[in-house]
Ligand binder design. Sequence first.
Ligand SMILES: [Zn+2]
Length: 499
Amino acid sequence: MSKKIFVTCALPYINADPHLGHVFEFVQGDCFVRFNKIIGNEVYFTAGTDENSLKNIIASHEHNIGIKEWIDQKTASFLKLKDDFNISFDDFIRTTEERHRLGAQKLWSNINKNDIVKKNYEGLYCIGCETFYTESELVNGLCPEHKKAPEKITEENYFFVLKNYKEFLIEKIENQEWIIKPETRKNEMLSFLKGDILDISVTRSKKRSEGLGIEIPEDKDQVLWVWIDALSNYINVLNYGKDDNSLFEKWWNNSDERWHFLGKGILRFHAVFWPAFLKSAGLKLPTHLFCHGYITVNGEKMSKSLGNFTDPKELLKKYPLDSIRYYLMKDIPSGDDGDFSEVNLISRHNNELCASYGNLISRTLALGEKYGKAINLKSNDLKADIDTIVKNYIDNFSKVKINDVVSNAFELVARINKYISDEKPWSLIESDPENFERIISSSTVAILYAATLLWPIMPSSSQKIFESIGIKINKIDDIKNVLNQNITFKKPENLFNRI
Ligand SMILES: [Zn+2]
């Protein structure tokens, strides 16, 4: 049965240009979305930019650019990732858009006012995280995420009484109704919830926000705290705040699964705060959260200040897009930190994409072309292997074990390569056309499976393979319909060239 699945990537702050971590998250989300499409699910996929953040204001001051101009420029560079990295977003929302303001205010007004208290607060605020920290959460007096001392801030703000949702959330997580992956992140959030839960500030002074931010109707001196504001994008992109909310009805209220993809630095906001706000406002919760780690270089977080920064734009100038996507999904652990290395990227490109995969496609199709006659795709000698591999692939992808998914697809590639080496179809082309056709048919059917399984990771290469075989594939099940079709082969251009 086909499912309806809503998938989001987190909204990046736009205090700098996109880095490889953003690309990784977008590609990971995109692979998961495309995977769901090839197994026949209906998917809606969104992301956007978090524009109302104090960090953006500070960055614009540092660069002597007006805030409006700054956010327009930076948002454009994030939006460009969609085309540059072939990300299949259905929509992209900016938190300065009207539909976002309407939705954020509606969420605020629907939040149960028994959960809100107004009080004077003096606390340690990390602008990087846009959140207050307690002394005990700091590491040597520094924010654990940004390694910077937080500022002491005194303000009268509205607070959300998070502990009202402590038991509710623990139960949801333990009963697997709110699924947090990987397991280590789930345990982290359970131990956070089982500790002392402080009230969280949900508004901030308008003075500090320089005109950015979303006003709360009952208090003109306050704007929404950026995390209520930003998180609400996930429903605002579905027009939650607008009169016509058919998208919201379809993808939030009536979808089978609602997935958030995000990085570990913003786990708590998504895993705990967001479902608490939704519950308080009487709304449905998301169903799944997948948390990835950071891309590191020799174990260190990638950063401009450390000089180990890889600019995604530069990477694209040097390597084919599909090779970058393949490398990131194969080498960086799906749910953990992983080291980025251009040496490994090149080696995977040369050894796996050129020598193993690309070579398989070109030699099989070249043999078909050399044969000169159409071949009927009636033989499928590798059916048993294909069935097992497809089953494992679907199982791993459902768990977002994308590294394993890539290995599954490459098991099939290796299996076809071995089959061709064992069967030696080139020696039968004239002496035994019947067996030649059987081998080419079986290899071609298996190649169609491999290309379909790899389509979520490398969409344009798979597309080229489908086109050169002359067959249109949208779902894994479509391959069954092409059996018994006659194929006239022509050798494709090289899919991958050695670097
Ligand atoms: Zn911080």
